[in-house]
Design a protein. Structure first.
Length: 97
């Protein structure tokens, strides 16, 4: 199980390498990992804000992130139409990289 700092480092490198290609504006962690409550069975909740959304971009990002983080990733795109409860959780717990 990786620490929050390890995930932040992985995501920071990911953003630097792939950010321009995918148009990543913001990237971060939320959920149990961000709160320090994760276990071996926990997935990694990641949020992303994109300059523009193209077909399959979220799928491609999720595949890359799972390979790098070596765990299941739930990827959420920040957008105006995001459910208020989820958006509030991200804003409350979110750790930006």
């Amino acid at each position: 199980m990786k620490s929050v700092a390890e995930y932040k480092e992985i995501l920071s490198k990911f953003k630097k390498e792939f950010g321009p290609q995918f148009g990543i504006k913001e990237l971060g962690i939320f959920g149990s990992v961000a709160r320090g409550e994760h276990t071996e069975e926990s997935d990694l909740d990641i949020f992303v804000s994109l300059e523009k959304v193209e077909p399959f971009i979220i799928f491609d990002l999720k595949e890359l992130l799972e390979a790098l983080c070596k765990c299941k990733v739930d990827l959420v795109r920040l957008r105006d139409s995001l459910r208020p409860a989820l958006k509030n959780n991200i804003l409350k717990d979110g750790i930006y990289v």
